[in-house]
Write a protein that binds this ligand. Sequence first.
Ligand code: KIV
Ligand code: ZN
Length: 458
Amino acid sequence: MTAERARITVFDTTLRDGEQSPGCSMNQQEKLRLAQQLERLGVDVIEAGFPIASDGDFESVRAIASTVRRPVIAGLCRACRPDIERAWEALQHAARPRIHVFLATSDIHLQYKLRITRDQCVKQAKEAVAFAKSMCEDVEFSPEDATRTDPEFLCRVLEAVVEAGATTLNIPDTVGYTMPSEFAALIATIRERVKGIENVTISAHCHNDLGMAVANALAAVEAGARQVECTINGIGERAGNASLEEIVMALRVRPDRYRYDTGVVSEQIFAASQMLSEITGVPVQPNKAITGRNAFAHEAGIHQDGVLKNPLTYEIMTPKSVGVPDSKLVLGKHSGRHALGLRCEQLGYQFDRRALDDIYRRFVRLADKIKHVEDHHLLELIRDTHKPSTSATPLIEPISTPTAAVANLPVAAQEPVKPFAVPSAHVPPATNAFGVPLPVASESRHEQTQQEDYLWGV
Ligand code: KIV
Ligand code: ZN
């Protein structure tokens, strides 16, 4: 039996930092809908907004705080009284409210943006946290631009806010500048040097300007962070934040590397991603890990053949484990005969080897010209290949009535453009504790064609 892994707190900031992404603003109703999905997803903390920023943001935070009851609801504020008061006004009816105070600590920000000295920074941070604590037990502090802050000064600020009552210290890589080993070392330094650190939670908030956000967040976890801040689909300022789904699934797929897990219901990931994309109108990048439409699509023949025999060959997690309805095989010029034969079967045609060869040769020529071969193309090709004058004849004539009806329709009225699902008969049902399918013996009908399928797929 495996030991239960310790829990990492998932702090979702899709509704705050994510919303700061160009084109991703949401109205109150949309935010509430998404917050309810985040609750179903099982996140621990929802950062619902920045209440002082606008009346709309204030109302959204207030509505979420009074409706979404299980997760902690956080509101962001600068380190000043009016922000903190406004945040508390929005949060006070939450079942579990959190005030999140931030103040920049790097010399660049102090000098050019805030125009204050280091001493003034320490004083302001301390006072703001003490003021927030006078209203709310749960107070998070973020030293903005922490990764470009002198570590010694950073520790001084952190120690001051711990003394003032902060319960979570969030370390933001605001500009996505740090590297995994460097960020891990910074977390280790904080753990070593900040007095009282053992009584607070260390958090990581990573941006993706160099594509390192998830790697940095995971490095922080290895170094002692116990909260990760992230967003659905990785949306957020500029290049975005660390993606929630990538962090969660990295921890789940690699229990051999990480001693931690989250409370996220991974089967709700795809629904959350789709809902966000539908609300914002911003599509998910097709090759986005976990939630992109190609994340479980296989076009190369070798890959299709492997996945059909056993999904473990090319899938490290099941689509089902993240709520994606089915694995997708896309028919294109790299597809093999195995996938083509399966799709023909799904359309109601079953061919012997020679007949399939005929179709396959013509299919490859067609796929060379058009990127993806859709069902209506394939039906046309089957009809054309097997018209009475040709020598090859299908073993079985079209068997399903609906398909036969489709075959008689004009091309434009046939199948919509969509990849097809691998039928459950080809997908081994057994999975291990992490949702990864267990190996099964290959089906006998695959055996004689295995090597040829491999070659055909090249
Ligand atoms: O990136 C950042 O520094 C932030 C803080 C407000 C936490 O979003
Ligand atoms: Zn941020």
